[in-house]
Design a protein around this ligand. Structure first.
Ligand SMILES: Cc1ncc(COP(=O)(O)O)c(C=O)c1O
Length: 442
C-alpha cells in the first residue's frame, strides 16, 4: 500500500464474495481507471483482462458517460418511477428494446443482475397466473448456474457454496438441469463444443415428466455460463431447450447479465446463437457499469397478458425505489451511444478469432487441462492441486496482478473477458503473461 493508504482502516467494510481476512492481510487497492487500465494505490498500471467484473465493455472512464452523469446530477437527481416518470426512463427503455430480439421490447428496470433475475422469475409466475394457469409455479435452473444472490437467484442457481448456508430457506418447487461441462468429450474445443447438446437438453423432458408441464412456469439458463467458470452451450443445446419449452408452454429465460451488450460480438447471446427466449435479463454492460443498473426485457405478449388481466390499478406489484434511476438511464443512454458510434459489438466479433488463437496458444502449458472460448470470453481450466481446489488459480491471479494483469478465477478456472475496446497487442499481453505465470506456479 502507498503511504496515504497505509493508515487506512480496513476493519469496517465486510467485503462481498471475498476472503476478508486474506484480503485485509494483503490488500490490493485500485485508485483510478482509464481505457483498458486500472491504476493501483502504488501507482502501478494493471491491464483489465476482465472488464471489471464482466461489465465495463466500453472501457473505463469514458468521457460521454462521465459528462452525461455530471449533467444528469445537476438537472434531475432523482425521480421515482412509481406513478410518475421521467423522460429518459422511456428513452432508455426504447433504446434497450431496439437491441433486444424482435418483439421482446417491453423493458422493466432494476439496479443489478440479482434483482433482474428475481424480477424475471416473478414475471414468469405472474404471467401464468394472469393466463389462468396459477398452478404453474415451478422454476427450473441448472447445475453450476449463477443467477445472483437473491433467494430466487440462489434457488435456481446451481453453485453449491452459494446455496449451502441457506438450504433450508430456498424457494420450494425448484429443480435443476444437468450442467453441460464435459471435459472427456469437449476439452480444448474452439467455440461451441460439438458433443452433447441435445443429450443435455433432453434432460428437461425427464424433469417435465417427473413434475408435469402444467406445474412448471419457467426454465432459466445462462446461454453461456460465466461466473461458474466459462461453460459453453454445446451445439444444438439452446435450440433444443427452446423447442422443448415451447412444446410445453414453459417460458424460457436467458440470463444475459454477462452475455448482453456485446460480449459475444452481438447485442445479445440470443442474437448470437439465433435462439429467442421469452425473457432476457441484463445488467452490467447496459451502462458500462458506471452506476448500478439492470433490467428485464420480455416478449410483448407477456407484458400484454399481465397488464390486460387487471381491470384497473397496478398490474404487477413489483418495483424498486431506484428502478430507472435518472443516473442509471443517463449512463445507459450514453453507453449505448458509444456502442453504436464505435461499433463495439462488431469490433468484438472481429477480434474473436485473434482472441481464440491467443487463448488456445496456452495448450500444452503445465497444469492446463482445458481452454474454451467464445466471442471475447475465454476460460482456462487448470488441474487442481490434490486437496487444495482453487489454490493454483488463486496463485495465478495474485502473480498476474503483480505483473500488471487483472484476471478472474473461480475454483481452478481462469476467466478472461476484456473490454471490447481491447487492442490486438493487449490480447497478446494477456495470454503471454498468463502463460508465463501458469508455467511458474507449482
Ligand atoms: C448470469 C448472471 N446473473 C446474475 C448475476 C448477478 O448480478 P449482480 O452481481 O449485479 O447482482 C451475475 C453476476 O455476475 C451473472 O453473471
Amino acid at each position: 500500500m502507498s503511504s496515504d493508504t497505509a493508515t487506512l482502516d480496513l476493519s469496517h467494510l465486510w467485503m462481498p464474495f471475498t476472503a476478508n481476512r486474506t484480503f485485509k492481510a494483503h490488500p490490493r487497492l485500485l485508485s483510478a481507471a482509464k481505457g483498458m487500465y486500472y491504476t493501483d494505490t502504488d501507482g502501478h498500471q494493471i491491464l483489465d483482462g476482465t472488464a471489471g467484473l464482466w461489465c465495463v465493455n466500453a472501457g473505463h472512464g469514458r468521457q460521454p458517460i462521465v459528462d452525461a452523469l455530471h449533467a444528469q446530477a445537476q438537472k434531475l437527481d432523482y425521480a421515482s418511477s412509481f406513478n410518475i416518470g421521467h423522460v429518459d426512463s422511456f428513452r432508455a427503455a426504447s433504446e434497450v428494446a431496439a437491441l433486444m430480439p424482435q418483439s421482446m421490447d417491453r423493458v422493466f428496470f432494476t439496479n443489478s443482475g440479482s434483482e433482474s433475475v428475481d424480477t424475471a422469475l416473478k414475471i414468469a409466475v405472474a404471467y401464468h397466473r394472469a393466463k389462468g394457469e396459477g398452478q404453474r409455479t415451478r422454476l427450473i435452473g441448472r447445475e453450476r448456474g449463477y443467477h445472483g444472490v437473491g433467494f430466487g437467484g440462489i434457488s435456481v442457481g446451481g453453485i453449491s457454496p452459494n446455496r449451502k448456508a441457506f438450504s433450508g430457506v430456498l424457494l420450494p418447487g425448484v429443480d435443476h438441469l444437468p450442467h453441460t461441462h464435459d471435459l472427456a468429450h469437449n476439452a480444448f474445443s474452439r467455440g461451441q463444443p460439438a458433443w452433447g447438446g441435445e443429450h443435455f437438453a433432453d434432460a428437461l423432458e425427464d424433469i417435465i415428466a417427473l413434475h408435469d408441464a402444467s406445474t412448471i412456469a419457467a426454465v432459466i439458463v445462462e446461454p453461456l455460463a460465466g461466473s461458474t467458470g466459462v461453460l459453453l452451450p454445446p451445439k444444438g443445446y439452446l435450440e433444443r431447450l427452446r423447442a422443448i419449452t415451447e412444446k410445453y408452454g414453459i417460458l424460457l429465460i436467458f440470463d444475459e447479465i454477462i452475455t448482453g451488450f456485446g460480449r459475444l460480438g452481438a447485442a445479445t447471446a440470443s442474437d448470437f446463437f439465433g435462439v429467442k427466449p421469452d425473457i432476457i435479463t441484463f445488467a452490467k454492460g447496459v451502462c458500462n457499469a458506471a452506476v448500478p443498473a439492470g433490467g428485464v426485457s420480455v416478449r410483448r405478449g407477456i407484458y400484454d397478458t399481465i397488464v390486460d388481466a387487471t381491470e384497473g390499478g397496478i398490474e404487477f406489484f413489483h418495483g424498486y425505489t431506484f428502478s430507472a434511476h435518472p443516473m442509471a438511464t443517463a449512463a445507459i443512454l450514453a453507453t449505448l451511444g458509444i456502442y453504436r458510434a464505435e461499433k463495439l459489438f462488431e469490433r468484438a466479433h472481429g477480434l474473436a478469432g485473434k482472441f481464440e488463437d491467443a487463448a488456445h496458444a496456452l495448450k500444452g502449458t503445465a497444469h492446463v487441462i482445458d481452454i474454451r472460448n467464445l466471442g471475447l470470453v475465454a476460460g482456462i481450466e487448470l488441474e487442481s492441486r490434490p486437496g487444495a481446489k482453487g489454490a493454483r488459480a488463486a496463485e495465478v491471479f495474485a502473480k498476474c496482478f503483480d505483473r500488471g494483469l487483472l484476471v478472474r478465477y473461480t475454483g481452478d478456472i481462469i476467466a478472461i473477458s476484456p473490454p471490447l475496446i481491447i487492442e490486438e497487442k493487449q490480447i497478446d499481453q494477456i495470454f503471454s503473461t498468463l502463460k508465463d505465470v501458469i508455467s511458474v506456479v507449482k
